[in-house]
Ligand binder design. Structure first.
Ligand code: SF4
Length: 104
């Protein structure tokens, strides 16, 4: 009887742990862009510093303010574009503090 209770307790704990892990992974996936354009390892220190000072992020927190709709964005053939201001690859779904609406 006592070992069955322990088994139930351990099984229940394992299930809760797995549910929590799946929940954390699912929540994390929502904030992860499908494509990562700016590889920090390939950027020079000055480029990284500028990106950090402008709070560049690969996935914009504001759906209407994304790099693809910014006046500094230049589309390219691949999944990523480039930024005239940051002088390097950026994610079309990215964002930074210098976002400025592109003129249509
Ligand atoms: S200025 Fe900022 S928001 Fe605009 S394209 Fe460059 S990184 Fe994106």
């Amino acid at each position: 009887m006592n070992s069955i209770s322990r088994r139930s307790l351990l099984t229940g704990s394992l299930q809760l742990t797995l549910l929590g892990t799946v929940g954390v992974i699912a929540a994390g996936c929502q904030k992860t862009p499908a494509v990562v354009c700016a590889n920090p390892d390939s950027l020079r220190d000055a480029e990284m510093s500028l990106r950090q000072s402008l709070h560049y992020t690969e996935l914009s927190p504001r759906s209407e303010q994304v790099c693809a709709r910014c006046g500094f964005f230049e589309a390219s053939a691949g999944a990523c574009g480039t930024c005239k201001l940051l002088k390097g690859p950026v994610n079309p779904k990215g964002h930074c503090d210098s976002w400025n609406a592109a003129k249509s």
